[in-house]
Design a protein around this ligand. Structure first.
Ligand code: ZN
Length: 101
C-alpha cells in the first residue's frame, strides 16, 4: 500500500520516519539471497550499509529513501570477487537520485 502511494515498486518499505520537513522512508529490496556474479557460489550477507536517495517531494515535504543496502560477500576463497553491493532497480531512474548532503 505504502509502496503504491509513494510510487515505488520492487522495494519493501520497512519503516517511516516522519520528521517535520522530511518524510524519511526506510526501504530494502526483497532479494534476501544472492549468488556471486563471478563463480555463482551462494553469497553470504556481509554488511547492511545505508544510502540516502531523494524522491519527488510529497505534500510539500522532502522525500528521502533510506535504503538498507545488502552488501554480499563471496565465500569461495579461490574467487577473485570479494564483496559487492546489490543494485536497487530504481536507482538511475528519473525518480530516484542520490540525496544531496
Ligand atoms: Zn565468487
Amino acid at each position: 500500500m505504502m509502496e503504491m502511494m509513494l510510487g515505488v515498486r520492487g522495494v519493501h518499505v520497512i519503516g517511516i520516519d516522519d520528521e517535520v520537513k522530511v518524510l524519511r522512508v526506510v526501504v530494502e529490496t526483497p532479494a534476501n539471497e544472492a549468488v556471486c556474479p563471478q563463480c555463482a557460489t551462494s553469497a553470504e550477507l556481509f554488511d547492511r550499509p545505508t544510502r540516502d536517495l531523494a524522491g519527488e517531494p510529497v505534500f510539500g515535504r522532502e522525500l528521502v529513501f533510506e535504503w538498507h543496502v545488502r552488501r554480499w560477500r563471496c565465500p569461495n576463497h579461490r574467487c577473485e570477487t570479494d564483496t559487492w553491493d546489490e543494485e536497487l532497480p530504481l536507482v538511475g531512474s528519473a525518480q530516484w537520485r542520490e540525496a544531496r548532503e
